[in-house]
Design a protein around this ligand. Structure first.
Ligand code: AMP
Ligand code: MN
Ligand code: MN
Ligand code: MN
Length: 273
């Protein structure tokens, strides 16, 4: 079965609308798909392309939060996007994002970028504002040569335009995902560049707070990493998820559903739905 449980649309920093994404998923033969925009479920309001019999859409979200001064992401899969629990969290996170956008804009102005916010808002359209929208503006204005450089020079943690925001805490997010009927999954654990010890501690605390899954596969990745995360998942007795983290066509490492299946030793997250 072709499965992708981590994708983005124009409701956050993705480039396709939900209907275009679903069309693409159908064309590529995906059978189980979750749209997991950053801190919003707004895309689901625009869902009209639903759907050929062979594609099941699992409502989801990707929450931004912090663990010990590190920015981490938690997927809420199989949630009720209209539940009060999710709406409360998306409301809080939207406020954090818009406050953060103002702080980033102020920092960039001090670095010589003239009044970035109006254009950044325009780039984000109706979607939740994120750093990729700032990155695009920095490319447009010639401050950097590409999106990567925008993060490297300005937007990543510790860089001059980074703002340390106060996201909703991990336990509250996990509790809300569960209250909405969903499964909380630690997104792309390898992206946080943690030591083995720290990663163990993160997973222990995540599980202690009610987290149930680990994203064992995040797009195209080296087989060693998959084996490593699968082992972690087994040791901690957690469910395994997989997704591309698709944002736009042309990201060769992140085409919808394009990665090997989960290792046989893993218990897939969809087993419990
Ligand atoms: P935000 O949600 O505003 O914190 O921005 C995080 C998003 O920025 C991630 O979900 C990625 O889509 C994107 N991103 C993070 N780091 C980079 C990078 N180095 N290059 C390109 N995109 C990045
Ligand atoms: Mn993103
Ligand atoms: Mn993420
Ligand atoms: Mn993502």
């Amino acid at each position: 079965m072709h499965i992708d449980l981590h994708t983005h649309t124009t409701a956050s920093d993705g480039q396709l609308s939900i209907n275009a994404l679903i069309h693409r998923a159908q064309t590529l033969g995906i059978e189980l798909l979750s749209i997991t925009d950053h801190d919003t479920t707004a895309a689901y309001n625009d869902l009209t392309a639903l759907t050929a019999k062979r594609l099941t859409v699992i409502p989801g979200i990707e929450f931004s939060t912090r663990w010990r001064k590190i920015d981490i992401h938690i997927l809420g899969l199989n949630i009720d996007p209209d539940s009060d629990a999710i709406k409360t969290c998306t409301g809080l996170q939207r406020k954090v994002r818009s406050d953060r956008a103002m702080q980033i804009a102020t920092k960039l102005e001090k670095l010589g970028v003239t009044n970035p916010l109006p254009r950044v808002k325009q780039i984000a359209g109706n979607g939740n504002i994120g750093r990729p929208h700032f990155a695009q503006h920095l490319v447009e204005t010639g401050f950097v040569k590409d999106i990567n450089q925008a993060f490297d020079k300005y937007l990543s943690a510790g860089k001059p335009a980074y703002f340390r925001q106060h996201w909703t805490p991990v336990p509250q997010l996990i509790e809300s995902i569960k209250a909405a009927g969903g499964t909380a999954v630690l997104a792309h654990p390898a992206k946080y560049k943690l030591t083995r010890t720290k990663l163990n501690e993160l997973v222990d605390e995540f599980k202690e707070a009610g987290g149930e899954g680990i994203e064992v596969i995040s797009g195209m990745q080296v087989p060693n990493l998959t084996r490593d995360l699968a082992r972690l998942c087994e040791t901690k007795k957690m469910l395994a998820s997989c997704g591309s983290d698709f944002h736009q066509p042309g990201q060769s490492w992140a085409e919808l559903g394009r990665y090997p299946p989960l290792p046989k030793s893993c218990r897939p997250v969809w087993d419990c739905w």
